[in-house]
Design a protein around this ligand. Sequence first.
Ligand SMILES: Nc1ncnc2c1ncn2[C@@H]1O[C@H](COP(=O)(O)OP(=O)(O)OP(=O)(O)O)[C@@H](O)[C@H]1O
Length: 247
Amino acid sequence: MLEIKNLHARIGDAEILKGVTLTIPDGEIHAIMGPNGAGKSTLSYVLSGREGYEVTKGEVIFNGENILEMEPEDRAAAGLFLAFQYPVELPGVGNANFLRTSLNAIRRKRGEEELDAVAFLKLARAAVRQLAMKEDFLKRNVNVGFSGGEKKRNEMLQMAILKPHLAILDETDSGLDIDALKIVAEGVNALRDEKFSALVITHYQRLLDHIVPDVVHVLAGGKIVRSGPASLALELEASGYAGLEVA
Ligand SMILES: Nc1ncnc2c1ncn2[C@@H]1O[C@H](COP(=O)(O)OP(=O)(O)OP(=O)(O)O)[C@@H](O)[C@H]1O
């Protein structure tokens, strides 16, 4: 369970998050929508521990721990996963090696045994098949030369392998074709159980046709200004964000 309480954060002199309060119980999928520049990506970066974001007030409790005091790698070991809006390319780093190193770093931190190359490859191949990716994606360098949609699929591959307790998907649907959109949705839906929750940041209702959220929140002006059931996304699609902005 994730509890964000009165979170304020700034980038340099600009206060971007102005008191975000949000609770995601275990097993639930919540969506965040909102106008450009509202602070959605900032929220996901603050949760992941990215440098350059200063939290000035509030707390974030994830499974009983204040994650704002944890290093990014400890957040990952605690089960947090972030799929970026713009996945990074890592020239010279093989995808399979990267995934195995990431998984084993998390397993070590959790006191679990590391997976050897053979055991890992078995796991990775199964995940690749499930996501309808070609196996040679495992051999290529991380995201290098991948198309936009392939990068997003690769993010889903990482998620399938790392099996987080909470996944944050920051506009994972931007630039995806219809098939890739379904694959992202299937990637999330495959992890759905009472121990998994997700925060899906999106501009489009269409992703939420495939990942049906339990709750939809609207972030505007650095705050959650409205929350409601999945049908709220349809309402927003029809009416836009006019009238929801806060000063
Ligand atoms: N490094 C930075 N320096 C100054 N301002 C920044 C920086 N990064 C982000 N911002 C500002 O913070 C605000 C929130 O940005 P953020 O990316 O969180 O919005 P968003 O809701 O994700 O927008 P979008 O829907 O367009 O992706 C924007 O006004 C943006 O210009």
